[in-house]
Design a protein around this ligand. Structure first.
Ligand SMILES: Cc1cc2nc3c(=O)[nH]c(=O)nc-3n(C[C@@H](O)[C@H](O)[C@H](O)COP(=O)(O)O)c2cc1C
Length: 450
């Protein structure tokens, strides 16, 4: 039997994440994002189902591109208000044993010495269950709020990210030897200073002598995820990522992306199979196909067009309020998320998208496909993604909270389990062991060679 599929719950410590307006669906509990018990229940449910991780998105800044105004995003709770995801991790780790926590952090707006410490600490307190989703950010308002003036150019953000990761790898992998901590009470030596090394990093963006302030955590380097899909973003992922969060609207586009990425990974001297692919996907399910279709209809009625356009305008840094609903969205070389604009303008040459169509499609999960159906229908479709295009698993995007997760676990997971498509138990101790069956970074990875 081949490997089971991997599942992450893709969520955000906020009201609305990627399905604007759905907090208004009766019974939805998105407003409970400030409630610790909401999150501990989510972690328990996802672990019972055998998920690999709770995957937290995170942004800095406010969505103020649409209509040149932040009010629509504030009114519709578009990723604001939101709290910091990393603060939830200890509470969720306390009530679970195996599930991982993928934390999005931006290399543009934090310092690597600080971030390396934060993630080492989380990896310690979770016994090695942390992943770092590396993003470079896209909202101009974030740069302004952090006192940086203008947002850095798209490709330069990735240049800084390359250096940022080099620094982190050196701190995590090279600075402390495995046996540096001796805890010898007789001599009063806690740590052997001979085994703790400076990194003496001098780059264009960072000058950091080191050493790392933390002793090695179970994974040393957390599992590295990445989601950028521009040309430059793909190069960055091919170098650094162990898992990529694919955001393409169709199977065909996902297949092209996977083929391209495997070639890039190989060209960086890595085994193409060492990178795992997780498309974002929305699943709307229930007891039967009919029930699922009815749910889809209800959810669709709750989509906020203003909220969706406000979110997308921020993603692509283009004010979609300036276009009429039936106008086609034309390609621009955006300095924000190129992957998002490409999804609607480039990935399928035979398809044009009007503003109204984009708003309708993106209202449930932005650029990801939506699967609607009863348990067997959904399981068939998920299996076909693996068999036809070789995905390793999925980042499950939410429409209702916690309903999307609860429905998936109640209806789809039992069928996946019958088919051997989802794990029965966690085999390893750390997130990396559970995902990849190995303790350390893959061969050819720059962290391993640091
Ligand atoms: C599926 C997906 C999820 C993303 N999640 C986040 C996020 O949570 N926070 C963030 O700042 N950027 C996020 N990004 C943006 C970036 O990962 C990326 O660093 C950047 O904006 C440039 O993307 P590009 O390479 O596609 O142009 C996401 C992008 C995609 C495609």
């Amino acid at each position: 039997m081949s490997d089971p599929l991997r599942f992450n719950l893709f969520t955000m410590n906020s009201v609305e994440h990627v399905s604007p307006g759905t907090w208004t669906i009766p019974g939805d509990q998105s407003h409970r994002y400030t409630d610790r018990e909401y999150w501990t229940d989510v972690a328990r449910t996802a672990e019972r189902a055998g998920f690999d991780a709770i995957f937290f998105a995170d942004v800095r800044g406010i969505y103020d591109v649409y209509d040149d105004d932040r009010d629509p995003a504030i009114r519709r709770a578009i990723q604001t208000p939101s709290n910091a995801p990393q603060a939830l991790v200890p509470a969720m780790a306390e009530v679970t044993d195996d599930i991982g926590f993928a934390i999005t952090r931006s290399t543009s707006y934090v310092h690597p010495y600080q971030l390396a410490r934060e993630l080492s600490t989380l990896d310690h307190v979770t016994d090695g269950r942390i992943a770092f989703n590396v993003v470079t950010s896209y909202l101009e308002s974030a740069a302004e709020n952090l006192g940086l003036g203008d947002r850095m150019d798209h490709d330069e953000r990735y240049d800084r990210a390359d250096e940022f990761m080099d620094v982190c790898y050196r701190l995590w992998e090279d600075s402390w030897e495995d046996d540096a901590v001796v805890r010898d009470a007789d001599s009063g030596t806690y740590t052997d200073p001979e085994k703790v090394h400076a990194i003496d990093y001098e780059g264009d963006y960072f000058s950091i002598p080191g050493p790392h302030g933390c002793e090695p955590s179970p994974q040393r380097t957390p599992v590295i995820y990445q989601a950028g899909s521009s040309d430059r973003g793909r190069e960055f992922a091919a170098t650094n990522a162990e898992g990529v969060f694919v955001s393409q609207p169709t199977k065909a586009a996902t297949r092209d992306y996977i083929e391209d990425m495997r070639e890039r990974v190989a060209s960086h001297g890595r085994d193409p199979d060492s990178l795992k692919f997780f498309p974002g996907i929305v699943v709307i399910t229930g007891e039967t196909d009919e029930v699922a279709r009815e749910k889809h209809e209800t959810y669709t009625e709750h989509i906020s067009v203003e909220g969706t356009l406000s979110l997308l305008s921020g993603f692509i840094d283009m004010d979609l309020s300036e276009l009429e609903p039936d106008q086609v969205v034309e390609h621009i070389e955006t300095d924000a998320i190129r992957g998002t604009i490409n999804a609607f303008t480039k990935n399928d040459p035979d398809r044009e998208w009007t503003v109204a169509e984009v708003a309708q499609f993106a209202g449930l999960g932005t650029t990801s496909p939506v699967i609607v159906g009863g348990p067997e229908t959904v399981a068939d479709e998920l299996e076909s993604w693996r068999d036809e295009i070789g995905v390793d698993g999925f980042n499950l995007k939410e429409v209702t909270r916690p309903g999307s997760l609860a429905d998936f676990v109640e209806y789809v997971v039992p069928v996946l389990r019958e088919r051997g498509l989802i794990r029965e138990s966690y085999e390893g101790e750390t997130l990396r062991e559970n995902l990849f069956g190995r303790r350390g970074l893959p061969e050819g990875h720059p962290g391993g060679d640091a």
